[in-house]
Design a protein around this ligand. Structure first.
Ligand SMILES: [Zn+2]
Length: 464
């Protein structure tokens, strides 16, 4: 994510919309999946008792009425014996839930869609959940004051759909924590003249009776927060870069500014591939909306979503997330620096490779900031609270930690670490502890003090 507003965002804004409460629903004892995947920063997100292998989402959206009508089919596997389980779904009306074709009772408690099973599903067994639902989706106001989720644009201009950290549940029932990754089919029907853009490859597109339907397929595992189904009246471009199909959708009002930057996408992908290893997905692209009041861009998998024409640094940042965040995904939100520090460091390296300041100069320039600067507000690997997730330390101090590592181990070991990291955890998860261990193993150095200082210590380090 790149958030233009984070410098001015007050950490005291705690508005939370609708029924999204801070209190966890009571966890029944027995064989029900745990309420929440166990993340201290977002304790309600996800369910500990199941893995969703695949989501098949069929949506119909009316931009004028801002109405969504949908069916979600979840192919799941029980990870414990289950007498019931919860999905995340905020707002919207649920009409019917079936499990393996049989109608089952459900209830709504806050953001949880609680589903009861007639017969216990055994640990390891596969089952299919179908949810019919609809209504007007509303975004969630996060702890830092920004919003995420399905965001209708005024004037029937469409919808900006970005889910980090918890907005996926505003438009589909999900196991909404990044620890669970799944493949996706997303089919969206919109009025003719609109285009619906999701992740992965566009398989089919047809128009009949004034409605257009777009069917997208994401074949690589994806965290729910990285899914999108953004809608607009886009100028669409499709082309190939090597064997990679590129699909860009740009609001015509942003076209002049966006085209020049998006033309660099193949070069950015090639350059980042040379540093980070093979591009992890079978599709690429961009979605550029025209609503700068949203204030951020998100690395939606294969096809980042921009609220306005991105600048080149932002394009480099969101593209780097395809390796760091999308392919290698965090298991706990506290590890967010593994996404943002790396994507920021990619910007530093791009600038240096194109006549800008060296990463060492950037490190020195940032280190010169006074001890009271928000750069030192919290250690990047331990944000401590949700409102800090996308604060300056996750980005800039995270990138500083990487430059410190590079200077300690040398370029050869540093880039070997980056490539081994993306290869070992490709389409999976990575933790800060695993990154530390890999860095030590590859370099043969004891890096405990370096990481303790740059990732875990509060305040400004005593030396650079
Ligand atoms: Zn980012």
């Amino acid at each position: 994510m790149t958030n233009r507003l984070f410098l001015t965002t007050a950490a005291t804004v705690l508005a939370v919309s609708g029924l999204i409460g801070a209190a966890a629903p009571a966890t029944p004892v027995g064989t029900k999946g745990a309420a929440g995947a166990g993340d201290p920063l977002l304790p309600l997100s996800g369910d500990g008792g199941l893995h969703v292998r695949h989501y098949a989402l069929t949506l119909a959206y009316q931009p004028k009425a801002q109405h969504l009508d949908a069916t979600a089919v979840l192919s799941a596997t029980a990870t414990q014996d289950l007498s019931g389980f919860d999905l995340d779904l905020a707002g919207l009306d649920v009409r019917r839930v079936t499990v393996d074709g049989a109608v089952v009772p459900f209830s709504r408690v806050g953001q949880k869609l609680q589903i009861s099973l007639a017969d216990t599903v055994a640990d390891g067994a596969d089952f299919t959940v179908t949810v019919d639902y609809g209504g007007t989706p509303h975004p969630i106001i996060d702890a830092d004051g920004t919003s995420d989720g399905w965001t209708a644009l005024p004037g029937a201009r469409g919808a900006f759909v970005a889910g980090e950290p918890q907005g996926a549940m505003t438009w589909f029932p999900c196991n909404g924590h990044p620890v669970d990754k799944s493949t996706y089919d997303v089919t969206v029907t919109v009025p003719q003249g609109y285009t619906a853009v999701s992740n992965g490859v566009l398989r089919t597109q047809h128009t009949a009776a004034g409605r257009s339907t777009f069917s997208w397929h994401e074949s690589a595992p994806m965290a729910a927060y990285l899914a999108t189904a953004s809608v607009g009246r886009f100028d669409v471009r499709q082309y190939w870069t090597g064997r990679l199909p590129v699909y860009t959708a740009v609001d015509p009002a942003e076209k002049n500014d966006a085209d020049e930057v998006l033309d660099q996408l193949p070069a950015v992908i090639a350059w980042e591939s040379s540093l980070f290893g093979p591009y992890p997905f079978d599709a690429a692209g961009a979605i550029v909306m025209h609503d700068k009041t949203i204030g951020y861009a998100l690395e939606t998998q294969t096809r980042p979503l921009y609220d306005e024409a991105p600048d080149l640094d932002t394009l480099v940042h969101e593209t780097a997330h395809q390796w760091f965040g999308d392919s290698v995904t965090i298991s706990r939100w506290r590890d967010i620096w593994l996404n943002e520090g790396f994507a920021t460091y990619a910007e530093w390296m791009w600038d240096a490779a194109h006549g800008g300041a060296t990463p060492h100069a950037r490190l020195a320039q940032l280190y010169a900031r006074p001890a009271a600067d928000q750069l030192w507000a919290y250690p990047p690997a331990d944000p401590g609270q949700l409102s800090r997730l996308f604060g300056v330390p996750s980005y800039a101090r995270g990138a500083m930690a990487l430059q410190e590592l590079r200077e300690a181990v040398g370029d050869q070991a540093f880039f070997a670490v980056l490539r081994q990291w993306t290869a070992a955890h490709r389409h999976g998860h990575g933790t800060t502890a695993q990154f530390e261990a890999l860095s030590a193993a590859v370099s043969g150095k004891n890096l405990d003090a370096l990481f303790a200082t740059w990732l875990y210590s509060a305040g400004k380090p005593t030396k650079m």
